[in-house]
Design a protein around this ligand. Structure first.
Ligand code: SME
Length: 160
């Protein structure tokens, strides 16, 4: 197993244990982004944007203050929602409509959060290093999102 795979295996095992004690999505997301931010090297932001009345709003995160609303279809996060697919961006400066919350960001990965076919938001992770996220990161983070979305009931909603 590569060192990176091992790191994701350990992080996701820790997340699984944390989630056993938690059935509140917002609380779970707060610890999930803290775990990601303190485990993965070379990040400058890790957090969640949540679907709320048809747009994305800022959820729990670690890093500098960030924009609070993102329209569906805008930026990398809005594109992940519009397409329903993971966005792995090697150079954010080349991504049309990228929303620069922190000028230090150079690359990012955004994963849609779905449960029972419904989309609840995205996990957004930024790095100051170009091409920071590869296929192994994508696999590891897909598992992170899967654990988060399957370990509790999301149908009660997240925000008022
Ligand atoms: N990078 C995002 C905006 C959010 S900040 O990175 C925290 C985007 O373009 O969707």
């Amino acid at each position: 197993m590569s060192q990176k795979k091992m790191m994701y295996h350990q992080m996701n095992s820790q997340l699984k244990a944390l989630l056993e004690d938690c059935d509140l999505p917002l609380t779970a997301m707060a610890n999930t982004c803290a775990l990601i931010y303190s485990t993965l090297p070379d990040l400058n932001w890790a957090g969640f944007y949540l679907m709320h009345h048809g747009e994305l709003v800022l959820g729990p995160f670690q890093g500098k203050i960030a924009c609070m609303r993102i329209a569906v279809g805008k930026g990398v996060c809005g594109t992940a929602v519009k397409t329903g697919s993971i966005q792995r961006v090697d150079d954010v400066h080349l991504f049309p409509g990228h929303i620069a919350c922190d000028s230090a960001s150079a690359s990012e990965i955004v994963l849609p959060l779905t449960a029972s076919g419904a989309l609840y938001g995205v996990l957004d992770i930024d790095s100051p290093i170009l091409s920071r996220f590869d296929a192994e990161d994508e696999e590891g983070l897909k598992e992170t999102c899967h654990l988060l979305m399957t370990s509790m009931d999301w149908t009660g909603g997240i925000l008022p």
